[in-house]
Design a protein around this ligand. Structure first.
Ligand code: GLN
Length: 344
């Protein structure tokens, strides 16, 4: 059944599906499409700014920024691509990647899981339905279990490790927004309850309240659309940040993370998203979305008005448009030119 607000509505009728050549189009063409995406969806004012975390309710709903980072290091942007916002759930993708890098594919798969729960990002019932297994690393339960796996002798060490590694993905030092952190700490009873529940099932070995604190910090890092595009492009580039040239994670970790994002990155709309847009992606409740085209680059968008699943309305449409015009959809192909006898 469609959600009342229409679910993932790409709004790209009449936009031709470019087919992937394995490369992004030339610089001018990417610039043009990024600018067109902004202009096309700027008039969209449906959706609502998240308000369950008080400080998020104060976000300017008119902001709209788009950035594309290529694996060559080239950057394109339009609108408010330099506006700061708290990374929120998008951090889950990168903390997951760092934990996979440090502990390996099998440990993380066993402890956290790789499947979609089909339920909202802060669902408690999903944990109960799965006998305490968080299942999905891209919703709060799975992310809390993932954060608990971050190596470190103390919570301060774990936090520093997260901040350092996420900064390496972005190619600059990311800072905590104290106002967002404090506002969320006063309103995160549900996340604390989820962490306690996971502890009761043996899925969190550390102090659940300390883990919730670190998780809340990781959600409160300030980023821009440009930052998340560069972070995504690092996953598109086999784990090397294309702007700084620094290796952040291994190619295998990128592959694992992107497959998890394809299945789970857009909460309970992940299947619909993949069907319409065809790219692994992660969204956050402050209005950011990062979508990754392996081997090519990433799109970062920011616009605070959300649909009922918590995904940015304009961001989804801009990403759909760019996936289509830049030829990024992983599932789009065209018939091969006529076969010659020898290759039949
Ligand atoms: N910090 C937010 C929370 O835990 C992140 C959720 C989100 O972005 N979907 O509720």
């Amino acid at each position: 059944m469609r959600e009342p607000d229409g679910g993932v509505e790409p709004d790209v009728d009449g936009v031709e599906q470019a087919v992937s050549t394995g490369l992004l189009p030339g610089w001018d063409e990417v610039e043009q499409h990024v600018g067109d995406a902004l202009e096309r969806y700027l008039p969209r004012t449906s959706g609502a700014v998240a308000d369950y975390i008080p400080v998020l309710a104060a976000a300017d709903p008119e902001l709209f920024g788009i950035a594309v980072a290529e694996v060559s290091g080239a950057l394109h942007s339009a609108g408010d691509a330099e506006a700061g916002f708290s990374i929120q759930s998008i951090a889950k993708a990168f903390v997951y990647a760092m934990v996979c890098d440090e502990l390996g594919h099998d440990t993380v798969r066993e402890r956290v899981g790789v499947n979609n729960t089909g339920l909202s990002f802060n669902s408690v019932i999903a944990i109960e339905l799965n006998n305490g297994h968080p299942m999905n690393p891209m919703v709060n339960a799975g992310a809390l279990a993932t954060t608990a796996l971050v190596p470190g002798a103390t919570p301060a060490e774990q936090w520093e490790r997260i901040r350092t590694r996420l900064s390496a993905f972005a190619g600059r030092q990311l800072e905590l927004d104290g106002q967002v952190y404090h506002s969320e700490m006063l309103s995160n009873q549900r996340n604390k309850a989820i962490a306690r529940l996971l502890e009761s099932y043996g899925r969190i070995d550390r102090d659940p309240l300390e883990i919730t604190d670190i998780y809340t910090r990781q959600c409160s890092l300030t980023v821009t659309a440009r930052d998340i595009a560069v972070m995504g492009a690092t996953l598109a580039d086999g784990g090397v940040n294309p702007v700084t040239g620094v290796r952040v994670v291994s190619p295998q970790v990128c592959r694992d993370t992107l497959s998890v994002l394809a299945a789970t990155g857009m909460y309970e709309r992940s299947g619909e998203w993949l069907f319409e847009i065809g790219l692994p992606a992660k969204s956050g409740v402050s209005g950011g979305i990062v979508a990754i085209a392996p081997g090519k680059g990433a799109i970062g968008t920011f616009s605070p008005r959300l649909d009922s699943a918590g995904n940015s309305v304009r961001g989804q449409r801009a990403t759909a448009y760019l996936s289509r015009t830049l030829g990024l959809n992983l599932f789009a192909s065209a018939a091969r030119p006529p076969r010659t006898e020898s290759h039949r």
